[in-house]
Ligand binder design. Sequence first.
Ligand code: SF4
Ligand code: SF4
Ligand code: SF4
Length: 275
Amino acid sequence: MRKFKPYLPPVCCLLIFEAVAVTLWLTKHNLFYLFNFTYIGCSLSLGLFLFIKKHRHARRVAQLLVGSYMLVYLGLICRENMQIEGFWYYLFTGVFEAATIHYAVAKIFGPLLFGRGWCGYACWTAMVLDFLPYRVPAQPRKKLGWLRYVTFAASLIFVGALFFAKVGSIERIMFWAFLVGNVLYYAVGVALAFWFKDNRAFCKYICPITVFLKPMSYFSLVRIRCDKSKCVSCGKCQKVCPMEVDVTDNSRKRKNGTECILCMECVKNCPKDAL
Ligand code: SF4
Ligand code: SF4
Ligand code: SF4
């Protein structure tokens, strides 16, 4: 039995997603939910399994499997706007489908359980940004976090204006908004990464979804903790952290604590297994 204990996280992850998959399939009478959440659960569990097996690219495998599925299958093939504009759109129409379920699970209530796991293992924007050369920021953090509120408000005003003006064929506009929005996100994300020498600059300053993610992940159940009795204050964990989190501080108020994307780089690099 002890032999199987390390594999509990991937099994639990799969079971949680399967429970969501079956519940939504039966309550919404739509087989898509069974397929969707089973696929995502399997991809994340595979990532966790590879991490346990100490595979170097475990997180990236999960991130690429989930991120490309969301972008290509749900976004481009099924024409679902899974960006924040799609969330506002479904919210205004009062439909609890696709983007609203996605936001509720991954970005609003889910973070109470798994923090910013979405940002580390599933986001299709970061999936591309993580290929860039600045995995760890090479410049000090800028005071530009307020920009996220501007992009958040802009997305809300954009969709609100479409409804207010009673514009026809909103579905088609939302699909184009998804395409244009993604191109913009990638362009700005890549430009900022090179400008600030930080792959995750877009996440830190621009991404509107962090307006949901940050406060909710403050209460996250799953978080990296430091065993102070083992820590020798070598600082290695902070040197490898892409989000500049002070992971040696166990309080919820730790520096950049709501930005931890659970990438496990600190855990992998701690010489004393203190994390
Ligand atoms: S902060 Fe935004 S862009 Fe960055 S990983 Fe999270 S959701 Fe994606
Ligand atoms: S890498 Fe490990 S030992 Fe070093 S400061 Fe971080 S937690 Fe402590
Ligand atoms: S390196 Fe550690 S503290 Fe930093 S984001 Fe990754 S898991 Fe969180």
